[in-house]
Design a protein around this ligand. Structure first.
Ligand code: ADP
Ligand code: MG
Length: 579
């Protein structure tokens, strides 16, 4: 039999509502920092203990609250930011619904210290499980909010939280995203009593981006801006050599609020399509728009937005990205104009990465004729040896073209093998089998790597795995690691570049050990594989051809690019009308 309809007790209603606003510790951090920003703070210090589950503390030097207002701050739907419903259409503040503090107080122990700059005496409020206490407080003007034992009375929610590390990562990400949009405010973040991030006030977004992502990134981003009556859209966008394996560095800020705009990644991909580069561009986009033309009230945590004229905004985003893309094309044009030939030659010998020592050799042939080897440089020290080694093979080596492709003829087809990509696949497969003996080669000069703020936690997560496959690596200081040895396999790799790429790739993986391992192996493979410009030994060439033809491997490199192209003999016969 069905029960009668009855109203839920207030405490239950509030816990239900709280679940929508507070998904995890990161939501609390977001709400509290936003409140501090709304209070026009210029300094915001955040402290996190045990991923925020034990304690989250946010202290600011903002306007503070009036003593008499303090008790209402934690009641539902109490706000100082709007007065009626139409105000919502033009809010310039982060908050307006007045539900954050009330929600948080219903699922934690909440303590607020605050003093308005206009009052002599401040107040302290503690609230736990519905009982509220007020005391005097004699501190500096501003507010400090402490949230302890989050979800202590919502065990179900606690169960659904991800691993501690993941929750902490989300906290850091939330913190950095908000900090990025407010460069004029100084921020700090401490984790378990250790100061981890210090961001002094910066002159502009560029300064803040540099503080967060390191010194080099700005050179690889181009700043673009478009403006018209309704909007201003500006942003820092990737040059084509800065592509990331995930979309984690694509953010749209709408009136300084980081939002999830589900079409952003798609729009950016479309604009960068022409670059034909792998991966996703970086884009920090700042949209300033009349608040009446956007609805930020569509998501409980205000993470999503709806634009009044979505098509128009989409066009603006594409237009802005294309400006960045075109800028790059213009540089290319200049390069080709006067000495077109010269460009063509260097384009042919362009390596794929940075490891190339000297790449003057434009195409080369393996053929020896009259004792001389053709091509500007010989990759194979002893060609005759190779030919004898290859004797009895059911194929014939024809040569290497464009410094990159091995040409092989067999009974059925002409094979063109991209040796770098092929090598990558074979190394990757060996690593995945786990049968490779781990051998470390000491570096003559240990490499100390400075880590940017967003790289550090990821680096800590992968140290153990890197050691397992032969890296001699350890934490060096708060923001660096030292690498003293690398796997013998990776001899000659650019350690620094390798490591930054690993971190980049891992940033998008969430604690899945298997995927992390794969990602690391991909990078090891990529950096250990022979590239255009490297010296190939006989064994390298033999190995690549034999493995390619063995049928034991996928015919794509670990990133998905094909490495072999076959022109079938039958097709040739058809083309030349011989069949
Ligand atoms: P909202 O931000 O939507 O108004 P909140 O529940 O987050 O709702 O906060 C309630 C009210 O408490 C705010 O409107 C503001 O007046 C006050 N408040 C909260 N945090 C601060 C702070 N750090 N400094 C000053 N006032 C604050
Ligand atoms: Mg708020």
């Amino acid at each position: 039999m069905m029960d009668r309809i009855k109203e839920l007790p207030d405490s239950v209603k509030r816990k239900i509502a709280a679940g929508e606003v507070v998904e995890g510790p990161f939501s609390v951090v977001k709400e509290l920092i936003e409140n501090s920003l709304d209070a026009e703070s210029t300094e915001i210090d955040v402290e996190i203990y045990e991923s925020g589950l034990k304690k989250i503390q946010v202290r600011d030097n903002g306007s503070g609250m009036f003593r008499d207002d303090l008790p209402s701050a934690i009641r539902e739907h109490t706000t100082s930011k709007i007065e009626n419903f139409t105000d919502i259409e033009r809010v310039a503040t982060y908050g307006f619904r007045g539900e954050a503090l009330s929600s948080i107080s219903s699922i934690s122990k909440l303590t607020i210290y605050t003093r308005s700059s206009e009052e002599e005496r401040g107040a302290k409020l503690t609230s736990v499980d519905g009982s509220v206490e007020m005391h005097d407080y004699a501190g500096a003007a501003g507010t400090m909010i402490i949230v302890e034992n989050l979800f202590f009375n919502v065990p179900a929610r606690k169960k659904f939280l991800r691993a501690r590390k993941t929750e902490l990562r989300k906290v850091r990400e939330t913190f950095l995203r908000i900090a990025l949009a407010n460069p004029d405010v100084s921020f700090s973040l401490s984790i378990d009593g250790r100061r981890q991030v210090t961001l002094p006030a910066a002159a502009d977004s560029a300064g803040r981006i540099q503080q967060i992502y390191g010194d080099d990134i700005l050179e690889r981003l181009s700043f673009e801006r478009i403006q018209d009556i309704k909007i201003e859209l500006s942003g820092y966008l990737s040059m084509p050599d800065l592509m990331k394996p995930s979309r984690s560095m694509q953010v749209l800020y709408v009136n300084r609020r980081p939002v999830e705009y589900r079409y952003l990644g798609f729009l950016l991909s479309r604009a960068y399509e022409a670059m034909a580069a792998q991966g996703h561009p970086v884009a920090f986009l700042f949209l300033t728009i009349d608040p009446e033309l956007v609805d930020i009230n569509v998501h409980p945590a205000k993470r999503e937005v709806k634009f009044f004229d979505q098509k128009y905004i989409d066009d603006c985003i594409i237009h802005l990205s294309q400006k960045a893309v075109n800028r790059v094309h213009r540089v290319r044009d200049n390069l080709i104009k006067p000495g077109g030939d010269q460009f063509a030659v260097s384009a042919l010998s362009e390596g794929e990465g940075s490891s190339s020592s000297s790449e003057e050799g434009a195409g080369m042939s393996l053929f020896e004729h009259d004792g001389r080897s053709y091509g500007m440089r010989s990759f194979l020290k002893d060609v005759s040896e190779l030919y004898s080694a290859a004797q009895g093979e059911p194929w014939r080596l024809l040569g290497i073209i464009y410094n990159r492709y091995i040409l092989v003829e067999d009974a059925r087809a002409l094979l063109i093998i991209d040796f770098h990509a092929a090598h990558e696949r074979f190394i990757f497969d060996i690593l995945m089998q786990g049968t490779l003996a781990v051998e470390t080669q000491d570096l003559v000069f240990p490499v100390v790597l400075e880590l940017s703020l967003d790289e550090h936690p990821v680096a800590m997560d992968c140290l153990a795995l890197l050691r397992e496959i032969g890296f001699d690596i350890e934490e060096f200081s708060d923001n660096s690691v030292v690498i003293r040895g690398i796997p013998v396999l990776g001899r000659g790799m650019d350690v620094e570049l390798f490591f930054h790429e690993v971190l980049d790739a891992l940033k998008s993986e969430q604690d899945m050990q298997a995927r992390i391992q794969e990602r690391i192996f991909e990078k090891v493979a990529c950096h250990s594989a022979k590239r255009s410009g490297d010296e190939l030994t006989d064994e390298d060439v033999l190995l690549i051809i034999r493995e390619t033809r063995s049928g034991a491997h996928e015919l794509r490199c670990p990133h998905g690019r094909p490495y072999v192209y076959a022109i079938e003999r039958n097709d040739l016969e058809r083309i030349f009308k011989r069949s």
